[in-house]
Design a protein around this ligand. Structure first.
Ligand SMILES: NC(=O)C1=CN([C@@H]2O[C@H](COP(=O)(O)OP(=O)(O)OC[C@H]3O[C@@H](n4cnc5c(N)ncnc54)[C@H](O)[C@@H]3O)[C@@H](O)[C@H]2O)C=CC1
Ligand SMILES: O=C(O)C(=O)COP(=O)(O)O
Length: 411
């Protein structure tokens, strides 16, 4: 195993939110032994204290990594989001500190899509209310308000990885798929783009949301949009709780404007199992509520554990940042025979020449150099022919350059 800047067993890894065993196994197999594994999420001072000495942190969707938290993370070099969404991380704050953030963009896509399809069927059959009635000793045997999904219109808002999967599965059941996205998208199967969001809302029997949490999607489904949906239509939200205004949704379910809703994500979610869940939707028989488990399947979690842990290891061992969400992406070859210097800096004119200046004044030979910039940061990787001491001296000179955010040396 090639040596890294300091021994792998000295690299402290904090894993929160009960990540799958595959994450721990992958890290241990690569030689990382200092793993602080915790089942729940952390907040406030507990999080700041726990992250203070960590070199790598792994989280899921609950842990909020804010600017303030990053300010306490003195040694942090990488973040792994063991999920799709990265809205829980202040990506700009991470970027400004030279910390790449990795996620698993596809590993739970199918799990969410399957749940959504099942929910579409459940809602069209009025199962949430019938199930509740049975639990209360009632019997609601009736075809009133119960429909097949075949031939019905499914409106997908956000036609990305999950949205397209939902569309393909829904067509297999004979649904007619329309979609709305802010980007031009290749329509799969017989899906058709709606001309506007309003057009989609007006046409759909079931509307399902698959947009990320962004300033533009926050409360994008408010009272106006809910009332623009067809009377008796259904709404599914397995995206983020911020996307739907929950009070008007509760009202529409109570007054029958909407016949049902399936909601997996909420504006306020408990931080851990066992903490009380509160929502205006609680107690409504036509609301199918799930505790943010769209991506919580064995298959998804095992795959995510291996995928994100591997990305963190590659960055730690080799410097590669492929598929980082906030960082210049560099896919690097092995560096056997060379010492590798990583220099993360503010992306401003003259940085590269300042870096090269350091080498032109030295007797150190450069074997290879890679540069990539993105947004406000630049990332230079320099493979050099030097002994450990010489390489470390070069690293110190690079670290002293104005505009430097972080340097690392891989032996
Ligand atoms: N409930 C759960 O457990 C899970 C929830 N999610 C959520 O689902 C979201 C979507 O995931 P993916 O499909 O993988 O993401 P994606 O990035 O592949 O697709 C999102 C789509 O939304 C579109 N979009 C963005 N802003 C929009 C707007 N204002 N109006 C209309 N369309 C807009 C994008 O152009 C893109 O096509 C994630 O960001 C995450 O928040 C993801 C996994 C599990
Ligand atoms: O992948 C995502 O974005 C999700 O929402 C799933 O998050 P989780 O891993 O269940 O906390």
């Amino acid at each position: 195993m090639p040596a890294t800047s300091f021994p792998r067993e000295d690299i402290k890894i904090l894993l929160l939110e009960g990540l799958a065993d595959s994450a721990v196994r992958t890290l241990k197999n690569a030689g990382y032994t200092q793993i602080d594994y915790r089942d729940g999420s952390l907040t406030g001072d507990d999080l700041k204290q726990a992250i203070a000495d960590a070199h790598i942190i792994g989280i899921r969707s609950r842990t909020q990594l804010t600017q303030e938290v990053f300010d306490h993370a003195r040694r942090l070099m990488a973040v792994g989001c063991f999920c799709i969404g990265t809205n829980q991380v202040d990506l700009e704050a991470a970027e400004k500190k030279g910390i790449p953030v990795f996620n698993a963009p596809y590993s739970n896509t199918r799990s969410v899509a399957e749940l959504v399809l099942a929910e579409a069927i459940m809602l069209m059959r009025g199962i949430p209310a019938k199930n509740m009635a049975c639990h209360r000793g009632g019997w609601m045997k009736s075809a009133a308000g119960s429909y097949e999904v075949r031939g019905k219109v499914l409106g997908i808002v956000g036609y990305g990885h999950i949205g397209t999967q939902v569309g393909v599965l829904a067509e297999a059941l004979g649904m007619q798929v329309i979609f709305h996205d802010v980007e031009p998208k290749l329509a799969l199967g017989n899906a058709q783009p709606a001309s506007t969001l309003d057009d989609l809302l007006a046409q759909s029997d079931v509307v399902t949301l698959h947009v990320p949490d962004t300033p533009a999607t926050r409360r994008m489904i408010g009272v106006t949009e809910i009332r623009a949906m067809r009377r008796g239509a259904m709404l599914i939200n397995a995206s983020r709780g911020t996307v739907v205004d929950i009070e008007p949704l509760a009202e529409a379910l109570k007054d029958g404007h909407l016949a049902g809703a399936a909601v997996d994500v909420f504006p306020k979610e408990p931080k851990a199992n066992g903490e009380a869940f509160e929502s205006p939707l609680v107690g409504l028989d036509n609301a199918l509520l799930t505790p943010h488990i769209g991506g919580s399947t064995q298959e998804a979690q095992v795959n995510i554990g291996g995928e994100v842990a591997s990305k963190l290891i590659r960055y730690s061992d080799n410097g590669s940042t492929l598929s980082a969400v906030n960082f210049p992406e560099v896919q690097l070859p092995e560096h056997a025979g060379s010492r590798r210097l990583l220099h993360i800096h503010e992306n401003r004119p003259g940085m590269l020449s300042a870096v090269n200046e350091v080498f032109s004044g030295s007797r150190v030979n450069i074997d290879a150099q890679f540069l990539q910039t993105r947004g406000s940061i630049g990332y230079v990787v320099i493979d050099i022919d030097a002994d450990a001491q010489g390489a470390n001296a070069m690293r110190q000179q690079l670290a002293a350059l104005p505009g430097t955010l972080k340097t690392r040396l891989l032996y």
